[in-house]
Ligand binder design. Structure first.
Ligand code: ADE
Length: 226
C-alpha cells in the first residue's frame, strides 16, 4: 500500500514513522510519505490560506493550493484523481471513522490524506478533489494531522505482518471474529492484585470454556449502553 499525507506540518509525523508497526509495514514494502502543502503553493511567500468569503474568523486553505500539491505529486488533472485513488480530506464534519472504514481503506492499494488547518479546506476541495471527507470524532482538532495519524495507525495495523504477530489484529475489538463487538477483558500477573483476582476460568486450561467466556464478555460489552 502507498499512503501519501499532504500536510502543512510534515514534521509532526517523524515520531509516528518511528513506531514499530509502521517500521514493519515499511519493511514489508508499504510506503508512507509526507508532502508539504506549502512547497508547491502557486501563491507568493508560501501562502496557502485566505480569508473566508462572507466574513468570519479564521483562515481557509485554498483549493488552488491543494490542486497544485496534487498536480505536483501525481501529474495530470487532480479533478480525475478521486476516481483513481481514495483521496481523504480530514475534517470534523466528515463521515465518522470506524473499524469498518479502516478495513475498507486497508484493502486499497493507495490512499491520499489531506490534512486541513485553521478553519479547514475550501469546500470545493471536499467536493471536487476528495473522494471522502472523514472525521475521527465529533470534536474539533487544530488540524487534520492527528486525525491522519489515527487513520494511518488503524489502517497500517491491518496490513498483514505489520503487528509482527498475525493473530493480534484478528480477534480484537469490533472485528468480524467478535461479531463487531468490543474485545473481551485481558488479565496478566499478578493473579491477586490488591484483592482483585483474575477470573478463575482463565486459569482452568479449558480452552473451550475460555473461548466461550471471552465471547460472552465481548457480547456483554457490545450490549452495554454508553
Ligand atoms: N480536523 C479538525 N477536527 C477534526 C476531526 N475531528 N476529525 C478529522 N479532522 C479534523
Amino acid at each position: 500500500m502507498e499512503i501519501d499525507v499532504l500536510t502543512l506540518f510534515p514534521d509532526w509525523f517523524a515520531w509516528f514513522m518511528r513506531q514499530r508497526h509502521v517500521q514493519n509495514a515499511k519493511q514489508l514494502g508499504h510506503r508512507l510519505s509526507f508532502v508539504d502543502l506549502r512547497a508547491s503553493t502557486p501563491l507568493k511567500a508560501g501562502q496557502v490560506d485566505d480569508t473566508p468569503y462572507g466574513g468570519g474568523a479564521g483562515m481557509v486553505i485554498r483549493a488552488d493550493v491543494v490542486e497544485a500539491a496534487l498536480t505536483e505529486r501525481y501529474g495530470g488533472d487532480p479533478l480525475g484523481l478521486p476516481a483513481e485513488r481514495r483521496v481523504i480530506a480530514l475534517a470534523a464534519g466528515g463521515r465518522q471513522f470506524d473499524e469498518a472504514l479502516a478495513e475498507e481503506l486497508a484493502a486499497e492499494p493507495a490512499l491520499t490524506l489531506l490534512c486541513g488547518r485553521y478553519e479547514g479546506f475550501d469546500e470545493r476541495v471536499h467536493e471536487h478533489l476528495a473522494s471522502d471527507v472523514v472525521s475521527i470524532g465529533p470534536y474539533v482538532l487544530s488540524g487534520g494531522e492527528l486525525a491522519a495519524m489515527v487513520v494511518c495507525d488503524a489502517v497500517i495495523r491491518k496490513l498483514p505482518g505489520s503487528l509482527g504477530h498475525e493473530d493480534s489484529a484478528v480477534e480484537e475489538s469490533f472485528s468480524a471474529a467478535l461479531e463487531g463487538a468490543p474485545e473481551y477483558p485481558h488479565y496478566t500477573r499478578p493473579f491477586d492484585w490488591r484483592g482483585h483476582e483474575v477470573p478463575e476460568v482463565l486459569l482452568s486450561g479449558d480452552h473451550g470454556r475460555i473461548r466461550e467466556w471471552r465471547r460472552e464478555q465481548s457480547r456483554r460489552r457490545g450490549a452495554r449502553p454508553d
